[in-house]
Write a protein that binds this ligand. Sequence first.
Ligand code: NAD
Ligand code: IPM
Ligand code: MN
Length: 360
Amino acid sequence: MSTGEAARIVVLPGDGVGPEVTSAALEVLDAACHAGGIPIAVEQRLVGGAAVEAEGAAISPETFERCRQSTAILFGAGGAPRWDHLTGDARPGSALIRLRRSLELCVNLRPVRVHPGLEERSNLRADVVRGCDLVVVRELAGGIYYGERGRSGEGPEERAFDTMTYSRAEIERVASAAFDLARTRRTRVVSVDKANVLTSSRLWREVVTDVGRAHPDVALEHALVDSFALRLVQRPRALDVVLAENLFGDILSDLAAALSGSIGLLPSASLPAAGQPGPALYEPVHGSAPDIAGRGIANPIGAILSVALLLEHSLHHPDAAARVRVAVDRVIADAVLTRDLGGTAATAEVTAAVVAALPS
Ligand code: NAD
Ligand code: IPM
Ligand code: MN
């Protein structure tokens, strides 16, 4: 097949361990697509601090346009302490924030699994986490990340504010995605909010309840975010789909990483609402990990499993996605592990092992 018919993948490696884990993920994507006869055309561009230095903005207008025209975006990580003083569009994290909003990537899937053989690596007791398999569905294009904000005054009167705001339509589209996903899993949704205090959470709860009525086959439960955080570490196995607004979902998904043993294992997919055109973005949940960057020891599995999500949701090859997941499970079972999981393998060794384990 000619590249004209190939899916266009824009790769944005970014900063810190971003380039290390995206090149690992690309190796696996190439191998999986080659084995499955799936044509792709890959283009790499700068983002984050790397783009600030070379192009003067965290994401250039050209890169932004290439992303908009793509089938899918594979993102590494943006940001590092040396750019923390920057503000506005120069801030490395702003590229991701802009991409999510402009492309209306409102549905963020963050699956968390405790892989067989890694129970002892969890920060929690093995009997608490064994077999745990949940998905955080995080609202990603609204809420406090995008509400009105400001800073004024000086001295003790200096003040700053951010606003958490949601419309019914914004809640409906992400809630529908969570219920649809639950139908393909164990048909349970827990919706997380702070409805005892926040007005936006009260609307959230009403809308999710309405969407739940249209999905009577899915069991819906509402939970307050504080007690839910406790439940997430006390009884995680009972959880299936966890629906949360943008900020709560951000915090809870990092917390959920403690179940699996390392944040380096967690992938994510950021999708437009059902039926909406446009690219989706795939990235590991972790950041640029400046403390371990440049040493070839980052765990590539979160990025590799993000490729599995890309194969499933953007290239519509669930079979190829399943092969990547099987390969990852095999490598973990064979204890080819990076240091965050107590192993000694380098990023490149884990990656080569996954490629070698891909079923043909
Ligand atoms: P982080 O996720 O980068 O690191 C947290 C901890 O997890 C560190 O100890 C790190 O070494 C470890 N870790 C992360 N990824 C790992 C991997 N693949 N393998 C092994 N260990 C791994 O979070 P942070 O330190 O709070 O953030 C660092 C920078 O990254 C900040 O500038 C932040 O804004 C940015 N960030 C970017 C993204 C993104 O681009 N999606 C996400 C989170 C944080
Ligand atoms: C994430 C990150 C981002 C977020 C940052 C880097 C803007 O923490 O993807 O989880 O807060 O969404
Ligand atoms: Mn985060």
